[in-house]
Design a protein around this ligand. Structure first.
Ligand SMILES: [Zn+2]
Length: 162
């Protein structure tokens, strides 16, 4: 973009320069000093164009360095963001594990429900859900929440689960 603008500027200046040269030629060609003035003018303009080209090169180099530095910092920022996301995810996972551990500590009967050896029971008195071991096969258990005795009919509770 900047380069194209620069090019246009340079082209415009060259156009103006040629226009001025033609004008000089038309109006001063009978002047005995015309060739001298023209030569001086062209020399000056060549210096001027050299300076423009040099400035443009400097300018392009600077822009290139700025863009390089910009992409360097963008890379850095991306890496920091990735790192931060990783830490966030890790913290979230840790929190999940902590939550589960706290829940298990507070409610040991909720620990790792296992289909083969444990059975889900909903207390008919307080509505709380908990798990009992199938191995014990007791006819009557006590709700860990409200301490009410619950009669267990194993066939029924199997149907309830479905
Ligand atoms: Zn209960």
């Amino acid at each position: 973009m900047d380069n194209i603008d620069n090019m246009n500027d340079r082209e415009n200046i060259e156009k103006e320069y040629k226009k001025f040269l033609n004008d000089l030629e038309e109006n001063l060609k009978d002047n005995p000093d015309f060739e001298y003035i023209k030569a001086k003018f062209i020399k000056l303009m060549l210096l001027f164009f050299d300076e423009i080209d040099y400035m443009r090169e400097q300018y392009d180099e600077k822009i290139e360095k700025i863009l390089e530095r910009q992409s360097y910092f963008e890379d850095k920022i991306n890496k920091v963001e990735e790192l931060a996301n990783g830490i966030e995810e890790e913290m979230r996972l840790n929190e999940e594990v902590e939550d589960r551990m706290i829940t298990e500590l507070l409610h040991p009967h909720l620990r790792n429900y296992d289909n083969d050896t444990e059975c889900e029971v909903t207390c008919p008195y307080c509505g709380e859900l908990f798990y009992i071991h199938v191995e014990g096969v007791e006819k009557e258990i006590t709700c860990p929440y409200c301490d009410n005795p619950i009669e267990v009919d194993w066939n029924d509770s199997d149907n309830d689960k479905k």
